[in-house]
Write a protein that binds this ligand. Structure first.
Ligand code: 5GP
Length: 146
């Protein structure tokens, strides 16, 4: 999909938001949902999506983007608190040519650990039980933030 075109409400994140597809949810509020990436590039890879439909950062309205980026910051802090990584990657892709595979805007929060390379993008499926434990730990850390 190029940057031209329109939002397709059959994308997997839209289905997760409508509860038509399952996800291991870390947190939800009026504007955003945070859930575990099922093909994590490192232990604790989290995705944050806005509830309003937009394909990418070029399209999203300012108000939902503001809510989204504030939640991204909170999740990064919670990941740091829960998992004690050596660094935290925060990123997002716009358009297939840039590496975007799901065309509902989302931010990746990927903890990085010294000496461990980041896994390949969207390739190795994680064990659900391990993801649930990580989601619980990150969710608790989120609830304990100021
Ligand atoms: P993008 O390349 O669009 O930035 O990344 C999409 C991300 O969604 C990838 O990291 C991929 O692992 C993740 N992903 C793809 N399908 C699913 C799914 O069904 N559930 C969850 N939780 N993550 C998914």
């Amino acid at each position: 999909m190029s940057l031209e075109g329109e939002y397709d409400d059959q994308n997997i994140f839209a289905k997760i938001l409508r509860r038509e597809a399952s996800a291991i949810i870390v947190h939800e509020d009026d504007d955003t949902m945070t859930f575990m990436d099922v093909f994590p590039q490192s232990r604790g890879h989290v995705l944050i999506v806005p509830k309003s439909p937009a394909r990418n950062i070029l399209e999203i309205e300012d108000a939902p983007l503001q809510a989204l980026i504030v939640q991204v910051k909170r999740v990064a802090k919670a990941v740091e608190k829960a998992l004690n990584p050596d660094g935290v990657f925060v990123g997002q892709f716009n358009g297939a040519e840039a590496g975007q595979t799901v065309h509902h805007i989302h931010f990746h929060v990927i903890p990085r650990y010294k000496g461990r390379d980041m896994g390949r993008h969207g390739e190795d499926r994680a064990d659900d039980e391990a993801l649930k434990k990580l989601a619980d730990d990150i969710g608790i850390a989120l609830s304990e933030l100021d």
